[in-house]
Design a protein around this ligand. Sequence first.
Ligand code: SF4
Length: 483
Amino acid sequence: MRFPLAPTAKIARHIVQNRLRGRAKFAMVLQLEPLHTCNLTCTGCGRIREYSTSIKDVVPLDKCLAVAAECEAPMISICGGEPLIYPRIEELVAGLHAQGRMVYICTNGVFMRKKMRDYLAATYSAATEPVLKDLVGQKLVSEAEADAIRNAKPEARAKVVIRPSQWHYWNVHVDGLEFTHDLIVEREGVFKECVAAIRMAKLLGYQVATNTTVYKETDVAELEEMFKFLSSLGVDGHTISPGYDYDAAKKDMVKRLGKDPKDFFLTRDLTRQKFKDVQRWGEMFTIFGTPGYLEFLAGRRELACSAWAVPTYNIRGWKAPCYVMTDTHYPTYQDMLGKVDWSRFGVDEKGCGRDPRCENCMMHSGFEPSAALSTGLRDTWVNFRYNFGSRPAPYPASTELERRAFNGATVGKGHMAEAKAALNHGLAGARSAYAQGGNDLPHDHDHHPASSNGASCGSGDTSQRDELLAKVQSASKTGLPAS
Ligand code: SF4
């Protein structure tokens, strides 16, 4: 079976029960944003910009649990911000599990290993030794950390921790191979940390998913390579969604990065070109998406928007009308359901946005539920066959796959490489580490707009590099040493 039986049965039961109650609209997945604080500043992320004035606020734990109960969604995606910064994340996960919900923690992966060490410390016994030795052997846990786990203090032993469960997924953000991912998250080393966290999670028996956003400059060949690599690590499934130019992300792009959002985000036609292989990927890898949504992405069908099925709750309330657009926030889910004129959103039969902001949207959070909730006979049968069909086998691990994955900072080709070289050796000796795109894979875009300025695949910010280069240039003009 492609997905675990118990959660799949629970979701099916939720749909049937709501239909029997005569409800036309109901929640399937709650996007719970308990905070918007983040340790990264990913290009394309609107959250840390849209909610910048309340970036330090958090939704209290009891409120988080109450809104999950209120909307009754069987699946809770805890996002943000970075949810692992939420001070009571362990209690939140435990509380949601106690409510019988499937929990996805959408994380950038940077704090995952710390949370898993907490789990090891709380549950350590002699039986833990073999896996602990394995983790040390693979350099996923240091000797000092292993000793701290073995000799955990009573507070650490008593701590509520995030445990492996069929009701829990780490959902790790990965937008490409090392060079691209680090560029998009605007920090070198993040991809490497994500991979270490995934390896550790799989050794400990956690379920791991990944989520990937596809942008205009995303290299499709690279994505397939990324899925092969993630599959070889034992990742249980992947979500993939086209990037959307929502207002906050757009404004940030213009103001902070001086970029035109049109160069970064996808139109509907471009999305369909990018996703033309998505159904083949659905056969090769465990893509978490209904076949109907994959057909929609590939341009083989239309779907209506059902943003009400994936509501977002954050520090200001229920965000309407959807995950990406903010017109207002409501105090309750029912209030939002009743007061939003849902017929104003999505696209019409001709593919035109009912609201101009919907024009290019093919987001997972708007359209995936439409396919999952379809009552058409064909959709029902295809969804059933997809869910109950066998799961694609993991892609065989190989050193070549690994070599291709670590194509950035690990091999001295990170997006900061030229700036660092310039700082260390002076501009004249700086070697263009990314002149070949930092990527050994064949590219699908000859028109790469960034290639002329030395940047590469992915299309994230180069501000760290540019800042360093600017320092070097101004230092060389004034004759002062760069600092
Ligand atoms: S089409 Fe997209 S932008 Fe428009 S309401 Fe639906 S999810 Fe939101």
